[in-house]
Design a protein around this ligand. Structure first.
Ligand code: NAD
Length: 514
């Protein structure tokens, strides 16, 4: 199953090498798609059930591998990756067969006597390209969704967190044919070579910059692309909240996976009248945290995964400091260590990088607001639109603000919670991408949704078929006026007009123009 497109195992020092094997990978995937077409949905879901059991059994070894590649805390690896994977697999087992079952759709009265259906068929071979921040979750969940829908998958992990061999071992233990899911290791050049093969769909998770490159390349072959990209997610805290809970939520939302999450809290808007006490509650919360790449689960925040992301955080921190921000925690960071301490940042202005660009690190920029209108305007004033959270006891206000936010998901009085429900679709708007995955919408995104209309075989000639005559024109027009007009008797009149039209249509078809 493993197809190495580079001769060395991937490490952070791996160099780009030419790509030779992408077409062989796709040839196998396409051939396997034909054989997979004979595997019914219940048999596919049975493989996913086996995969769930294997992941559960091997969870500690998987956590070791995730930590080895990412430097996360053990808690982050278990809670955000392993639990998320199990939860999504379990959802697919329970719901995918129903979601993918053919559905009878309404047939309008003008098509009386026929039935209408939608069938949910595989697309063929899906290319999944993933980032480094959740290397296990971002491997298994998209693979499982695409596979449940009946597709073969070519999966390209990030070169920074390849988890080499792990996905193949787990799928093998779960009884997957090696060509149903193939793993293609390598960097962006390998990704581009895979895109060039013209997959039936590309499911990309990563940066907005790379998403645009992939979209441009895929456009030349008209390959559909789903883009799950970056974010600068706002958390909005109104003055009627439980301070302690909201501060704990903010700390977790900003710092889980050391802030390297696409839906991390990256802008924390707090209403004027509680700004001081909330800031203190947040500082207290952060001061209690333990940071370590631990071996027993007894640490909150781990390390950063890559040096290049450390550099981005350092640039944002330097910019904020130079423009007058105050660091209430983490002020002593040396600017290079991967163990970046969580930073609560006060005095943040909207001309600072930390307030506008994706930082992807353990930073919590605090920003005051006074009115609902103001906070909606500043929260929306971002090129990104992934998720947001709105905190208030007043649920009517929270819903109103949530509707006004231009994002793909909102958690009310919670944080990063929409993605915790595998039944809810996930995705963004604006520069955060497009398309939705997970849940029923997400499964359908991996399908060719085929529309089918079934009529009986008979001698009947349809009224809209040739020949067109002046009389048919008159009768059709009368039928149309009755069908779409506002008369209370319209349906009865439509039935009469329809009958005359049908009689005439069959007569003129048999005898020819009179
Ligand atoms: P990235 O864009 O640098 O890389 C992502 C993947 O794309 C990697 O596998 C990489 O090798 C591959 N790639 C790079 N260039 C390519 C090319 N030209 N053609 C094909 N593939 C190419 O992103 P990253 O640094 O790995 O991940 C961090 C980003 O991902 C952040 O912006 C984060 O917000 C985003 N992200 C989004 C979501 C989401 O669901 N919206 C989830 C996680 C991460």
């Amino acid at each position: 199953m493993t197809e190495r497109t580079e001769s060395e195992p991937e490490t952070n020092s791996a160099k780009e090498r030419p790509v030779h094997r992408a077409s062989a990978i796709f040839a196998r995937a396409r051939a396997a798609a034909e054989s997979l077409a004979g595997v019914p949905v219940h048999a596919r879901l049975e493989r996913l059930a086996r995969l769930r059991k294997v992941v559960l059994e091997r969870r500690e070894a998987i956590v070791d591998r995730i930590q080895g590649d990412t430097g996360k805390s053990r808690g982050d690896a278990l809670i955000s990756e392993i639990f998320g994977v199990l939860d999504n697999l379990a959802w697919l087992e329970s719901h995918a067969a129903k979601a993918l079952h053919e559905r009878k759709q309404q047939t309008p009265i003008a098509l009386m006597g026929k039935t209408s259906w939608t069938w949910y068929e595989p697309l063929g071979t899906v290319l999944v390209i993933s980032p480094w921040n959740y290397p296990f979750y971002q491997a298994i969940v998209p693979i499982a969704c695409a596979f449940a829908a009946g597709n073969t998958v070519v999966y390209k992990p990030s070169e920074w967190t390849p988890l080499t061999g792990l996905v193949e071992d787990l799928l093998n233990a779960a009884g997957f044919d090696p060509n149903w899911v193939q793993v293609a290791y390598g960097d962006g050049a390998v990704g581009a070579a895979l895109v060039e093969q013209g997959p039936d769909k590309i499911f990309f998770t990563g940066s907005t910059r790379t998403g645009k490159l992939i979209l441009a390349q895929a456009a030349t072959q008209l390959v559909p692309v789903e883009l799950e990209l970056g974010g600068k997610d706002p958390m909005i805290v109104f003055d009627d909240v439980d301070l302690r809970r909201a501060a704990a939520g903010a700390a977790w939302g900003a710092l889980t996976t050391t802030g390297q999450s696409c839906t991390s809290v990256e802008r924390l808007y707090v209403q004027d009248s509680i700004y001081g006490p909330f800031r203190q509650a947040l500082v207290d919360e952060v001061a209690r945290m333990v940071q370590q790449v631990d071996s027993d689960g007894d640490a909150d925040v781990g390390a950063m995964t890559t040096d290049f992301q450390v550099k981005i955080v350092a640039d944002h921190v330097d910019d904020a400091r130079a423009k007058g921000a105050t660091f209430l925690t983490g002020a002593d960071w040396d600017g290079t260590s991967k163990l970046i301490p969580p930073m609560v940042i006060d005095g943040v202005r909207d001309d600072m990088l930390i307030a506008t660009e994706e930082t992807f690190g353990p930073t919590i920029p605090l920003i005051r607001f006074s009115t609902e209108e103001e906070v909606v305007q500043i929260a929306n004033d971002s090129p990104y639109g992934l998720t947001a959270s709105v905190w208030s006891k007043d649920l009517e206000r929270a819903r109103r603000v949530s509707r006004a936010l231009r994002v793909g998901g909102v958690s009310i009085n919670n944080v990063m919670a929409t993605e915790a429900n595998p039944g809810l679709p996930f995705g963004g708007v604006k520069q955060s991408g497009f398309g939705r995955y997970k849940g029923e919408h997400g499964l359908h995104a991996f399908c060719n949704i085929k529309s089918v209309l079934v009529d009986k075989d008979s001698a009947k000639i349809e009224a809209n078929w040739f020949p067109y005559t002046a009389e048919k024109y008159r009768l059709f027009s009368a039928m149309m006026v009755n069908l779409f007009g506002d008369s209370p008797l319209r349906l009865a009149r439509f039935a009469l007009a329809g009958l005359s039209l049908e009689r005439y249509a069959n007569r003129v078809a048999k005898r020819g123009r009179e």
